[in-house]
Write a protein that binds this ligand. Structure first.
Ligand code: 4AD
Ligand code: MG
Length: 431
């Protein structure tokens, strides 16, 4: 007997096949019964007619429960009224794995804590499948985008000496070398790779021991970090814009069904076209102050300020050239205003705020050493990074795109914890 996944049934109309999956709904009139199942590719209804199956099959139907793992066998019929356009006239049924009636996710509303405690089951619901497929589409689109532009993918280490961003570090003992820290960014390695290979990107998990319980912070998230030799800050923003336009276009093109499942307002995505406004930090602060924000020149922008700023736009915007003290030590001093650095945050519309942070890198050895010392960073851990500025220093720029924040924006989802299969947050290490 040939087996098929639900998404493949169009090729099997008129034939008898077996489909394996999990029960989602059961109904019976006493003479005719219906089994609705899912297999990760779609939803399928099978019809069981008592007079046309053996007594054993009919009895087995009576024992089925929600989430039991089953195999149904029968003829595939085209039926436009069904969700996937097909129905199976069941002739045989077997149970692969039973499921007791106390399944933790009953067909009713559950609170988010219960859903998170049962994330291993929550993933089985249609909305979570849709989000996972959109995330996968975004990931694949990112790889395609960089591959087509001849970037080299470089996988950077997760265990590092004490280097990275300002936020908290996760430490673990590392043999005789003291502590190792989980990478907060692949950027510094990306810079070394850019001098070796020209245009590179990294795609990997990053870790921040931040005590932030907001809707846009995870302690483990995935970041995509291109680094390009000879790009300046303007080229860098152009690359970010091209990437975002391409990602949104790709999801609109290939993931209509999933966008519908998450009830996304498509008009909000269809207007994501360049050019994205590029606003100077100093102008942004003036605008925010006019709008009643308490922000003062020198502050980094918080989530509320970002939301206030993007409220006037339908596309992402760039806020560029922040004050030095608000940003990381590695950003290049702005020759036109040395109080600021050549950087940008890309803020997504609809209140999503920062999804990308990028900058031109300081390529002057003495300047970056001075900044390291100002920030009281452990100089010894950065010796190799400083040496990049000694042997063939070069102008270069790059950025980090937060995958979960980007997926949350594209899906129109409030909290980024739904945009990764098993979210890690301050108070969540399980499942
Ligand atoms: O702005 P960040 O900290 O920049 C960097 O790490 C640079 N090294 C990137 C680079 O230039 N190569 O982080 C970049 C992005 C943010 O814009 C955000 O989207 C995401 O990473 N991000 C987080 N996402 C989820 N949870 C967190 N705790 C995050 N922290 C940053
Ligand atoms: Mg940032």
């Amino acid at each position: 007997m040939s087996t098929a996944r639900i998404s493949e049934l169009a090729q099997h109309v008129g034939s008898t096949i077996t489909v394996k999956g999990w029960v989602t709904h059961l109904r019976s009139s006493g003479k005719v019964a219906f089994i609705v199942m899912r297999d990760g590719t779609g939803i399928l209804q099978s019809v069981v007619v008592k007079s046309q199956v053996t007594p054993d099959v009919w009895e087995l139907f009576g024992q089925l429960t929600q989430e039991a793992c089953i195999a149904v066998t029968g003829e595939v019929k085209a039926d436009a009224r069904q969700p996937g356009g097909h129905e199976v006239g069941l002739t045989d049924l077997s149970v692969i794995g039973t499921s007791p009636v106390d399944y933790p996710l009953q067909p009713k509303e559950h609170g988010v804590d219960h859903l998170l405690d049962n994330r291993h089951f929550w993933l089985r619901t249609p909305r979570q499948l849709a989000i996972a497929r959109i995330r996968h589409e975004v990931e694949q689109a990112i790889h395609d985008f960089f591959y087509e532009r001849d970037f080299l993918r470089v996988d950077t280490p997760i265990l590092t000496a004490a280097i990275g961003e300002r936020s908290g570090l996760f430490a673990t003992e590392y043999f005789d070398e003291g502590n190792a820290y989980l990478a907060q960014t692949g950027q510094l390695y990306g810079e070394a790779a850019a001098a070796a290979f020209g245009k590179i990107y990294t795609f990997g998990p990053t870790f921040r021991a931040e005590k932030s319980k907001t809707r846009r912070h995870l302690t483990e998230f995935w970041m995509i970090e291109p680094e390009v030799a000879f790009n300046d800050s303007d080229d860098n923003m152009q690359l970010q814009e091209d990437l975002l336009v391409s990602l949104v276009g790709r999801v609109l093109e290939r993931r209509q069904a999933e966008l519908k499942e998450v009830e996304r307002d498509l008009s909000k995505l269809e207007c994501i076209k360049g050019p994205f406004p590029r606003i100077d930090y100093t102008d942004a602060v003036a605008t925010l102050q006019q709008k009643g924000s308490k922000v003062v020149w020198g502050d980094d922008l918080g989530a509320e300020d970002e939301a206030l700023l993007v409220a006037d736009y339908t596309t992402p915007i760039f806020v560029k050239n922040y004050p030095k003290e608000a940003k990381a030590f590695y950003m290049k001093e702005n020759p036109a205003d040395p109080r600021t650095v050549l950087c940008d945050d890309c803020l997504a519309p609809e209140g999503y705020g920062e999804i990308i942070g990028g900058s031109q890198r300081e390529d002057d050895h003495d300047k970056i050493l001075h900044r390291l010392r100002e920030e009281k960073l452990p100089e010894a851990a950065y010796d190799w990074y400083l040496a990049l500025r000694k042997y063939g220093t070069f102008p270069h720029s790059g950025f980090g795109l937060g995958l979960e924040r980007t997926v949350a924006w594209i899906c129109g989802i409030q909290h980024i914890r739904e945009c990764i299969a098993f979210p890690r947050m301050m108070n969540r290490l399980k499942p």
